[in-house]
Design a protein around this ligand. Structure first.
Ligand SMILES: [Fe+2]
Length: 147
């Protein structure tokens, strides 16, 4: 079992976002497994680049969803995304500028797994709750009263 364990209480109830979260968990586990072996710095750098690329893609999907439905906490939510993105970019920079792998990556996978679990529970579930309600209201407006 990997360090980032998916559980049903992390399901937001919006399939696209849930699938992306699961994929993020898988990427964190891959990173963790590599860190357990003594992996070359270049290889770690590629793994981190993959993780960063997918994370940015996922954040853009969430932000577009929030923007399209005028989510009132978009700014706050995006700020949290930006902070994490910057933290990972800083790590990438430190790794590139020849700090030792251990110094840069110590505890990274457990930090990311904890971050993701906390973010889903504290921010994403609340946001998706709003999204689902807003979509239902929109649908009701299009269809009109049934009878
Ligand atoms: Fe999010």
């Amino acid at each position: 079992m990997g360090i980032a364990v998916w559980s049903e209480d992390l399901a937001c109830g919006y399939e696209l976002i849930d699938l992306q979260h699961r994929h993020l968990f898988a990427l964190i586990n891959t990173l963790d497994e590599s860190l357990q072996k003594s992996i070359a710095k270049e290889e770690l750098s590629l793994l981190l680049a993959d993780l960063l690329e997918y994370t940015e893609f996922h954040f853009r999907c969430e932000e577009e969803l929030m923007r399209s439905l005028d989510y009132p906490h978009l700014f706050e939510h995006r700020t949290i995304h930006e902070k994490l993105t910057k933290q990972v970019m800083d790590l990438q920079f430190r790794l590139r500028h020849s700090e030792s792998v251990l110094a840069v990556f110590f505890d990274l996978s457990s930090f990311l797994a904890d971050w993701l679990r906390h973010h889903i529970q504290e921010n994403d579930i609340k946001m998706i709750h709003f999204v689902r309600r807003a979509l239902k209201e929109k649908q009701a407006q299009v269809i009109g009263p049934v009878n």
